[in-house]
Design a protein around this ligand. Structure first.
Ligand SMILES: [Zn+2]
Length: 310
């Protein structure tokens, strides 16, 4: 599929496109079909009513090891018993995404990242915060449920997020058969890798450390925010020509790569931005929902970067 340009909070509705396609197929010749036919079609229809809990359970059933005792993938708002009217997939359940969800007539958001600005979504420290209260009231008023699907989607084999992004980059063919985060490709200048990633993932600007003309063949690809120690240990272990990641702490991985360059290593670092590096994982989630729950209206609403560049 061609990359689609989008702006923050602008919904990209696969379901509606499919629906329009199906309607035109119907009007091409089936409109006058007898009522009997539509009754038969109803009998064959998959179940269309699910609770929030049923949708979560269906996904967890697909994950090796099943339900986790300790996980951040909890319900952040709404009731597990709510009947799902429509689902929105996204990276972050921002206020803009919540408003889009309401406009779409949907009531269930499946987000990859926290809703309330910290990893476990603890809210005690926020209870008097006006921004938190505003968001909570918006969710409660419209009966919106939010489930974070982070630990589970990353535990799929292979990792659902990484596969989603690699497919978008057209790089799955370069992956190591045991470790999909390690890629081997024909020697490519760093600036060409960056140009490719920016165009496929629709990124305005990336940050990097290294020589734009450096030839890169062995790539370590770690979307999201793995943390400085994991990134640095992975560089030492894999010895890539370039680490392409989502997010860094500036004072950790970037400084390590700068020192490695000074030492004479053939290494560079590309920081895509957290959301850009994992957005396609939310689309993986959308495709999963479309396959398993074809009767439920499902929409992907890109979160886009909170940060602008000038
Ligand atoms: Zn992630």
């Amino acid at each position: 599929m061609k990359p689609v340009k989008f702006r923050a909070g602008e919904p990209f509705d696969y379901t509606r496109r499919k629906f329009i396609y199906d309607v035109s197929a119907v009007s091409a010749g089936l409109v006058l079909a007898a009522p009997l036919v539509s009754q038969a079609a109803n009998l064959l229809k998959p179940q269309e009513q699910y609770t929030v809990q049923q949708v979560m359970d269906m996904f967890i059933k697909d994950v090796p090891g099943g339900a986790l005792k300790e996980t951040v993938d909890t319900l952040k708002a709404g009731s597990p018993d709510s009947i799902v009217k429509g689902i929105v997939t996204t990276m972050f359940a921002t206020v803009a995404v919540i408003r889009n969800t309401i406009d779409l007539g949907a009531n269930f958001i499946i987000a990859h990242e926290p809703t309330f600005y910290n990893h476990p979504d603890e809210t005690d420290w926020l209870k008097d915060d006006k921004v938190y209260q505003f968001k909570r009231e918006l969710l409660d008023k419209h009966g919106i449920a939010i489930w974070r699907n982070h630990d589970y989607i990353h535990r799929l084999v292979p990792d659902g997020v990484t596969i989603g992004v690699l497919d978008k980059l057209g790089w799955r063919k370069y992956t190591d058969k045991d470790t999909i985060n390690i890629l081997t490709m024909p020697p490519t200048p760093l600036k060409e890798l960056i140009r490719h990633a920016k165009s496929k993932l629709i990124i305005d600007k990336v940050r990097y450390v290294g020589d734009p003309d450096q030839k890169c063949s062995r790539i370590l690809f770690i979307p999201g925010a793995a943390g400085g120690q994991r990134q640095i240990q992975a560089i030492e272990h894999v010895k890539p020509d370039v680490l392409i990641c989502g997010e860094i702490q500036e004072w950790e991985t970037a400084e390590y790569v700068r020192d490695a360059l000074a030492k004479g290593d053939n290494i560079s670092l590309v920081v895509l931005g957290h959301i850009a590096s994992e957005e396609a994982g939310s689309e993986f989630m959308l495709n999963w929902l479309r396959e398993k729950l074809p009767g439920v209206k499902t929409t992907h609403v890109p979160t886009a970067n909170s940060l602008s560049f000038m």
